[in-house]
Each structure stands twice: as C-alpha cells, then as structure tokens.
Design a protein around this ligand. Structure first.
Ligand code: HEM
Length: 187
C-alpha cells in the first residue's frame, strides 16, 4: 500500500496548500476575486478533508501500527498527520458554520493566522513523511534550529500540557459566553 499512500498524499497536500493561499488572499482583500475564492472555500476544504482522510486511512495500512510507532520518526509522522487532518476539519467547520463572519474585523487576521498554522502543520507532516521515504528537505533543519530534532519523539512537558489545557478551557468559556450574547450571527 506504500505506493498508494505516496500517490494519495499529493491530493490533500495540494488542496490544503491551495486553501491556505485562498484564506490568506481573502483575509487581505474584499475584491470580487477574493469573494469568488471565498465561495469556493467550503467545497475546497471538504475535498481536502475527504482526500486527507483517504491518505490517512491508506497510510495506516502501509505498515502495521506497531511497526510505524516503533520509531520516533514514524510516531511523529502519525501524530502530525492526525493533528493536520483534525485541524483542517476544524477550519472547514469554522468557515461552514460561521460563514462570512470569519472575515469581519479582527477575525480576518485570526483566520489568516489559522491558515498559516494549518499550512505549517501540513508542511511538517509532509516533511516527516519525506524522511520516512528517504527524501529530505530543509524544513527539518528549520525544526532543528528551533529545538526539535525530528528523529526524536516530539514531547511536551507536563506543565506546558497543563497550561494548554487551562488555556483551552478559558478560550472555550470565552467562546460560549461570547456566543450566548450574539444571537444574530451573520452567515
Ligand atoms: C493527511 C495525512 C498524511 C499526509 C499528508 C502524509 C504525507 C506523507 C508524505 C508527503 C510522505 C512522503 C511521500 C513522498 O515523499 O513521495 C509520506 C510517507 C509515508 N507516510 Fe504519510 N501522510 C499522512 C498520513 C499518514 C499516516 C496516518 C500514516 C501511518 C499511520 C502514514 C505513514 C507513512 C509511511 C509509512 C510513509 C513512507 C512510505 C514508504 O515507506 O513508502 N502517513 N506521508
């Protein structure tokens, strides 16, 4: 199945990279082209998710899960692939449910930041996949420079995990509280 995974991954990579550029463009422009691109965003993100899930599923069948999770590089690739797929699914839900509201005021810059982060996660997933197959890029040098050696298991210290958990709870609380005060959401 390795050949199928290598072929399939190009679809979500192309679709999500295009989505990154589309979101960046829309967050910087209200022109007719940007509005047209925005109308294509939900179908684009949906296609990205379908192909992403397909690449993920086929990826799981390249090697037995016990085998790929034996090496730190394999574990890192699976972990980043999981984050990337879940993250882009969330961006789809965000654009779908919140509609044009994600381009209003400060939200357009939040959307641009979310797209950049999604593009980075995708790039790292692909980079780690490349290392698995023996195709290296300079992205891993950048990751090394900021303190993560891709051949070692990515780990987050417990205090950082607790801080992330607390921040998530606070943000969810702000979202719920803010949401209950805005009943007429634009679509
Ligand atoms: C959306 C999710 C994923 C993306 C974008 C992705 C991306 C990639 C990329 C770009 C490569 C290198 C292909 C090449 O250089 O031509 C690769 C290789 C690989 N990936 Fe993934 N991957 C994903 C999910 C997974 C998952 C979930 C697994 C396993 C549980 C996996 C296992 C592998 C393996 C084993 C290789 C090496 C293939 C070989 O040895 O021939 N991938 N992946």
């Amino acid at each position: 199945m390795a050949g199928y995974h290598v072929v399939l991954v190009h679809f979500p990579i192309a679709l999500w990279m295009t989505a990154t550029l589309a979101i960046l463009y829309r967050s910087m422009s209200d022109g007719p082209l940007a509005l047209s691109i925005d109308r294509a965003l939900v179908p684009l993100l949906s296609a990205g998710l379908v192909f992403g899930l397909a690449a993920y599923g086929v990826g799981l069948s390249v090697w037995p899960i016990e085998t790929i999770t034996t090496s730190p590089l394999g574990r890192n690739h699976v972990m980043l692939a999981t984050w990337t797929t879940a993250y882009w699914a969330l961006l789809l839900v965000l654009r779908w449910k919140r509609g044009a509201a994600i381009w209003q005021g400060m939200m357009r810059w939040v959307s641009a930041g979310l797209a950049l982060l999604g593009g980075c996660l995708l790039g790292i997933t692909g980079t780690l996949g490349g290392h698995l197959i023996g195709v290296y890029t300079e992205v891993s040098q950048v990751l090394r420079a900021i303190g993560w050696e891709v051949y070692t298991t990515f780990y987050v210290p417990n205090p950082v995990l607790i801080a992330i958990g607390l921040a998530s709870l606070i943000l969810a609380g702000i979202g719920l509280f803010g949401g209950s005060r805005h009943t007429n959401r634009p679509v």
